[in-house]
Design a protein around this ligand. Structure first.
Ligand code: ATP
Ligand code: MG
Length: 764
């Protein structure tokens, strides 16, 4: 019965090329076209000091898709340079979680700790070049000498040690002659730099600590800024993608590589990290929850870790689709957790078999049904519109259980479920009528007395129409199981915001353990199986299941009840659209009224709506462009992304009209110019060059036809005959090199997708 979730990202990654591009894809296209790189090599560099969370998934999916899209390579590298916090347990869990996501790093598994010797030699090279020195100030003094943002730092008294003295001290640091903290190695850059990261950053420190891989071989360890860029270089990474908080580190990244290596080298690019409402994502804080017993472990189903989501019943497909839906942007924003849940429901809806379970049972006796009879009803696992096969036999008898809430003695207006004298259909079964109630000694309803209408199994009942259908189980054969119902782990939208302690926001009711009566077919359910309990939610069989003692986690209720409970102060949740791609149009960000209005009126991407609402100039251009009749989403994509960045530093009115933008959209959607040419066109227009058609002519930006593209690709192959030969002999990873050559030859006048297609054909 196990429906193990397996998946592979290849198809989705390929499909993604037809969707609008984001800024990192654009950078890569330009790098390949301009010859900065021949191939694309990306990496995901986790520090093995905790389990992966959903923010990491965003980074993994991004890096992996980029490598796939451009036929490049994806590396998994453990950034294991800090022996005090790292552990092999984390290394294993990280690999398991990445595989589960459907991401395959092939042979490209690396460890920064494998480079310790090379990194050490790079450090000596810096000393020899008089670009690094051993400092012997205490931690506090190093800090005090560094100065502040408004005040230059001052040089350490050890800054001018000779090369010989520095080498001697550094070698003795390695040899273990000193205690922790006695000396450090620092890059010699600029104590007055406006960028604090450049004020002689520490690059090596003494840590007499056992390392989970290198044991006691080392007692000095490189710091992140030194180890990371050089590890990227050693592996031939081309695009080193990290989150925005590393923006200030980029100058140092470049400085170190400029000082130490020649030729092709990696470059760092930053994107916005994922933040989500009701969720914390710092590993340090997650560790605290685990350590202090607020949750049962890293894989507690309430945790935002990949192992927690897996255990709860999330699928890798849902998480990947969520990562794609939120997009890749350059400004930080918060995504509503409701978007993740929406994506999940969408996925489970197509995947999970429908079965029946009663959480709060009310006994029903069918008095006109033979009391010792049992029949089996045929019940499909999926509704017809899902298009999936499969059914089970559902036991039916005179004794049933229904949900207590599906009966009302004094029904409110519009109640379509069971009432005394009323009728409902039992799902997959008969129409029944309630004839009366039996009460216990305390006067509470203990049982419903009902009768069934025998020929209603596959037919409409005689008499008045029956409005409601309810779920049920056969009391004699039902299996009693444990159910774990989850609510948000944090009550507040922004746990720990400001000075608050994130733990103060923990929801004391985040876990409710109860019992349920499930239909007989679930007796053989296996750990990992996913189901929809009709009308109650999606459930997954938990690892705590033992023998007959089944445990079900509720993955997510069918509808978002949270929004009703506590979101008065927020924009109301929007109706869900049923058309494909609807995910992106549900509210992902916390929007103010103006931005929300743009989303509502024009179905704009929420993050773009936010940009437009916050920039009067851009909004004016957008409104002006709308009259052209070009699609609002295409206009907003160009205005909120390309024009916004091209217009930085320009004061006053923009030298580009709404009509000009509309013309760019028209040229792009009709295939006359490529997306990278469109970016150059926009830049030129914002730069004041005027008419788009004239610019295209003057700069040769028009897209090439199929014939020209074929001959361009042929030319690129001819120039790289040797590589082609090796590729054909089996070195398939050289595809990226050829792709780079072809992109360069095409000089921005063809999309990467088109180049890739023609190139694949040419190579057979
Ligand atoms: P945390 O801040 O949660 O402790 P980290 O950045 O210290 O995470 P690493 O193991 O160093 O954890 O992260 C590995 C990679 O994942 C880095 O490239 C980092 O930029 C990325 N990453 C971490 N958190 C997020 C997030 N919330 N959104 C996107 N990427 C993230
Ligand atoms: Mg980190």
């Amino acid at each position: 019965m196990a429906n193990e979730v397996t998946s592979d990202m290849t198809d989705e990654a390929t499909r993604a090329r037809d969707e609008p591009t984001h800024f990192i894809q654009d950078i890569i296209e330009q790098d390949l076209a301009g010859g900065k790189h021949n191939a694309v090599v990306t990496r995901f560099p986790p520090e093995p000091n905790g389990y992966l969370h959903i923010g990491h998934a965003k980074s993994i999916v991004l890096n992996y898709s980029l490598a796939k899209d451009f036929s490049g390579r994806f590396h998994l590298r453990f950034d294991d340079t800090n022996p005090t916090t790292e552990d092999a347990e984390f290394v294993d869990s990280i690999q398991r979680d990445i595989r589960w996501l459907g991401v395959d790093w092939g042979d490209n598994l690396f460890h920064a700790s494998d480079y310790f010797e090379r990194l050490y030699r790079f450090a000596e090279q810096l000393i020899n070049q008089e670009q690094a020195y051993v400092d012997s100030l205490s931690d506090e003094d190093v800090r005090a000498y560094r100065g502040t943002v408004t005040e230059a730092g001052k040089p350490s008294p050890h800054r001018d040690r000779s090369v010989a003295e520095n080498l001697d001290l550094f070698r003795r640091m390695r040899a273990g002659e000193f205690q922790d903290g006695e000396h450090v190695l620092r890059a010699k850059i600029d104590m007055a730099s406006p960028n604090m990261k450049m004020r002689d950053p520490l690059i090596y420190r003494i840590r007499r600590h056992h390392h989970y891989r290198t044991g006691d071989e080392w007692c000095i360890y490189p710091l992140y800024d030194f180890a990371h860029c050089l590890s990227d270089y050693i592996e031939g990474i081309t695009h080193s993608i990290c989150t925005l908080e590393f923006e200030n580190n980029r100058e140092l990244y470049d400085w170190i590589l400029d000082a130490l290596v020649k030729g092709e080298r990696p470059h760092q690019y930053e994107f916005a990290r994922l933040a989500m409402t009701h969720t914390i994502m710092s590993k340090r804080n997650l560790l605290e929850l685990v350590r202090d017993g607020h949750v049962s472990g890293w894989d507690d189903p309430r945790m935002p870790t990949l192992s927690g989501y897996r255990r709860r019943g999330y699928t890798p497909e849902a998480i990947r689709r969520f990562c794609e839906a939120i997009g890749v942007a350059k400004n930080n924003s918060t995504v509503e957790v409701a978007l993740l849940e929406h994506t999940l429901r969408d996925d489970l809806n197509r995947r999970a078999r429908r079965v029946m379970a009663v959480l709060d049972p009310l006994p029903v006796v069918i008095e006109n049904y033979p009391q010792d009879k049992q029949e089996e009803l045929d019940a499909a696992y999926f509704p017809a519109d899902i298009g999936k096969e499969g059914s089970r036999r559902l036991p039916f008898s005179a004794n049933l259980l229904i949900e207590r809430a599906d009966f009302a003695e004094h029904p409110p207006k519009g109640f379509h479920r069971l009432t005394v004298g009323g009728r409902v259909r039992l799902r997959h079964g008969y129409v029944i009528r309630c004839d009366g109630v039996e009460r216990d000694d305390a006067g509470n309803i203990a049982k419903l007395r009902c009768s069934h209408e025998p020929d209603t199994l596959d037919a409409a009942p005689k008499g008045p129409r029956v409005k409601g259908t309810i779920h049920w189980v056969c009391a004699k054969t039902a299996v009693e199981v444990e159910v774990r119902l989850f609510d948000r782990l944090f009550k507040d939208e922004f746990p720990g915001a400001g000075d608050a302690d994130f733990k103060d926001s923990l929801n004391p009711n985040s876990l409710t353990v109860g019992r349920a009566h499930v239909e007989l077919s679930l007796k053989s359910a296996a750990v990992g199986d996913l189901f929809q309990f009709e009308r109650t939610g999606f459930f997954r069989v938990d690892e705590d299941t033992q023998g007959d003692g089944l445990v079900f986690n509720r993955t997510v209720p069918l509808k978002d009840s949270w929004a009703k409970q506590s979101k008065q102060d927020l924009a109301p949740p929007k109706r869900e659209r049923s058309k494909p791609g609807a995910v992106a149009s549900t509210p992902a960000l916390l929007l103010d009224a103006d931005a929300q209005a743009l989303v509502d009126t024009h179905a704009l991407d929420p993050s773009q709506a936010k940009v437009l609402a916050e920039n009067p100039r851009l909004l004016a251009t957008f409104n002006d462009a709308l009259s052209s009749g070009q699609p609002a989403q295409a206009l907003s994509a160009i205005i909120a992304n390309d024009i916004r960045s091209a217009a930085k530093g320009i004061d006053g009115d923009l030298p580009i009209s709404g009509q000009g933008v509309a013309r760019v959209v028209e040229l792009t959607s009709s295939g006359k110019i490529s997306s990278s040419a469109a970016k150059r066109l926009i830049k030129a227009m914002v730069g004041g060059e005027g008419d788009p058609d004239a610019i295209i002519k003057a700069r040769g930006l028009a897209k090439m036809g199929d014939d020209e593209l074929s001959s361009v690709v042929a030319a690129a192959l001819a120039q790289n005959a040797e590589v082609v030969e090796r590729y054909r002999a089996g070195e398939k990873n050289l595809f990226g090199v050829l792709m780079g050559a072809a992109m360069r030859e095409a000089a921005g006048r063809a999309d990467a997708g088109a180049v890739k297609k023609v190139l694949s054909e040419a190579l057979g």
